[in-house]
Design a protein around this ligand. Sequence first.
Ligand code: IMP
Ligand code: MG
Length: 380
Amino acid sequence: MKEIQLHDKIFEPYIDAEKIDAAIEHLAKDLEKYAENETLVFVSVLKGSFMFTSDLAKKYKKPVVFEFFRLKSYEGTNSTGEVNVLMDIDEELVKGKKIIVLEDIVDTGNTLEKIYEVLESKQPASIKIATLFFKPKAYNKSLPIDFVGMEIPNDFIVGFGLDYDELGRNLPEIYKLKEVKKRRTVDIVLFGPPGAGKGTQANILKDKLGLQYIATGDLFRHHIKNKTPLGQKAQQYIDNGELVPDEITIGMIKELLKDPDSKGFIFDGFPRTVEQAQALDEIMAEKGLIIDALLSLNVPEERLVKRLLNRGKTSGRSDDNEETIKKRLQQYHEKTTPVKDYYANQGKLYEINGVGDIDEIHNRLMDIINNLKLNENKPK
Ligand code: IMP
Ligand code: MG
């Protein structure tokens, strides 16, 4: 079973044929027990119940009469609230009989209410409901549902008689509507050792793609400058020459992502640890978002040293000397390899040659980003 498309929507596999069969088997047994020595009248509610009715019929071993009733309530994937009788049953066929209404699915219960109303007026001896699927969270009526094949969450499903605008009824198993995340450009993490050119590339990508650029260095400085609660906590660690703990950094990111109205994020300098990467996935997931890729800029070590030494000549940064540079690079490799592995395991790691002029490297990054977008439009 794989994803399928019906009209404009994508559906994913949900309940296999074996489980459906077991549920119907169970219903057949329960109904046989209920019938005792009486001949029941199965009133099948069309169109959705045709497949359920047919399978139940084959499993039900006692004498039974079939009647059909046709209603319509759904438009697309939403219940309209209004239920119409499209095909009625003659009164003499059900008068004084023990009726079992066969429904494919009970959702809000609007349809069920209408069925009760119409059938009761025909004076049967009794009315019981047997439904293959039941959505207890959507049900807002108090009528009893006597026989339930399977309870399901509040998802829109198709297959086994159930349709999305008339398609999907012939599927022998159940599929559910796939939630599509809001269209964003991309959400990426830019990765690379000090001197790899992350800042330069991130700024170009930010402008070109309309992304929000999130650099943890800037984030720290912003919080500290504005003396926010998180900034004050971070300051204490920095003053003591200690690393700022993950929970503070994650807290800052969380606050920033509260209201994601940009077209996408480009992270620089975050996540730095696997814990941060996991936290980022969780924060993003809460917003229905996902990191699309980790773009890792690779530059050979001797080149990095050269670049940083050159920068040191003009930057006046005390940490841009050969000895500390080597140490920083070593630290980078030790600490960040697990983060790379984390994304590699999700199939999201892209290694990019970071040697070349700015435009060349930018084009390499864009090639990957454009490919990501293409893949996302295809059903998986
Ligand atoms: P209700 O009136 O809201 O209980 O809806 C009952 C009718 O709506 C069913 O007989 C189906 O025809 C249709 N329906 C409810 N939920 C679904 C679903 O998930 N997929 C397809 N049709 C559904
Ligand atoms: Mg129906």
